[in-house]
Write a protein that binds this ligand. Structure first.
Ligand code: ZN
Length: 118
C-alpha cells in the first residue's frame, strides 16, 4: 500500500501542474497577464506597472451578449425545470462568456501610472 502511495506522489500529475494561461501585456509585450486577472476587472502588469483590461468596445459588446444569453437561457431553463434550476443555471453563461472575453478579446493598457502608488 505504501508503494502505491509513493508511486502516486511521484506521478507526473503531481509534478507537472497545468500552466496558468497568460496573455501578452499590450504595453511591454511580455506574457504577464493571467486570464483570471482580466476576467471581471483590470489587472496591473507586474513588469511595466500599467493597468491592463479588455478593450472597451469588446467588453461592451460581450457584456450585451452575456446579458442576452443569460436572460434567454435562464428563461428556457426556468420554463423547462423550474425556479431552482434557473438559479443554479444563472452563473454558467456569465462565467463561460466572461472567460471567452478575457481569453480572446483584445487587451489595452490604461497608462503606466493610472492610479495607486508609483
Ligand atoms: Zn506590461
Amino acid at each position: 500500500m505504501r508503494s502505491v502511495f509513493a508511486a502516486w506522489l511521484e506521478s507526473p500529475i503531481i509534478q507537472d501542474p497545468a500552466p496558468i494561461v497568460q496573455r501578452d501585456c499590450p504595453n511591454c509585450s511580455k506574457s504577464t497577464v493571467p486570464v483570471s486577472g482580466v476576467l471581471f476587472s483590470d489587472y496591473r502588469c507586474p513588469n511595466c506597472r500599467s493597468m491592463i483590461g479588455v478593450s472597451r468596445f469588446a467588453a461592451a459588446t460581450v457584456n450585451v451578449l452575456i446579458l442576452i444569453v443569460t436572460i434567454v437561457t435562464t428563461a428556457m431553463v426556468f420554463l423547462q425545470l423550474g425556479f431552482y434550476a434557473a438559479i443554479v443555471w444563472l452563473p454558467f453563461p456569465m462565467g463561460s462568456l466572461s472567460y471567452l472575453k478575457a481569453r480572446f478579446c483584445r487587451l489595452e493598457s490604461g497608462g503606466p501610472d493610472h492610479d495607486g502608488p508609483q
